[in-house]
Ligand binder design. Sequence first.
Ligand code: 13P
Length: 254
Amino acid sequence: MRKVMIAANWKMNTTPREAQTLVSQLLPALDGITGVEVLLCPPFISTVVVSELIKNSGVRLGAQNTYFEDKGAFTGEISPAMLAGMCQYVLLGHSERRGLFGESNQIVNRKIKAAAKHALNPVLCVGESLEDNDAGRTEDVLGAQLRQSLEGISIAEARGLVVAYEPIWAIGTGRAAGGAQANVTIGMLRRTLAGIFDEATAASVRILYGGSANGANIAEFVSQPEIDGALVGGASLKADEFVSMVKQASTAKG
Ligand code: 13P
């Protein structure tokens, strides 16, 4: 059984003080909700304060990115060795990293290997552009992203892997994919994972949907058999809405 995950990607939002306020609103409201793993991914600068605040809760902490070296002359970068012990997860290959900061599948691959070395579970993000979607290239694009990003990753390393399917055209646009459509695409991703690893590994990897997920559509996604939760951007910055999403996700599988 794959445990449903609702992950918050705060992106470049919240000062440390605002992060503290948001977490202090979330924690009491999330207390007692079962069957969902809640993951918060604040900006790096708030990692320490958030990890202190959530340490006696079941809430998990993730980073939004990492570099692939452990230490050295890499000004401005944060290493997996620095995140290990504080974070359990790290988002890798987000389309904003790929599109705005030039991250290739090869870079994402190095980052996944570095994260695995430090027992950080990668949340590998994949997604197609509107142009690729319109041209019927979704399967090819996503397949290449998965295969190249996961090249040389062992089944043991893949055990903690989470994949997030985030169609670029749905991110921050208010135009979410339909639940049924996302379910078909995520089923295809699972078959690709079976080809890369094996059936058992593919059946155990959680695959989330992301892209304009919110309180009004979360149940439509999580109730789908292939969809194991959501990676939430904008709606995760509103405590009430995010809590409502977690609550709905806790009952959506029936
Ligand atoms: P939105 O939920 O704001 O569309 O962002 C999705 C996303 O990119 C999460 O990583």
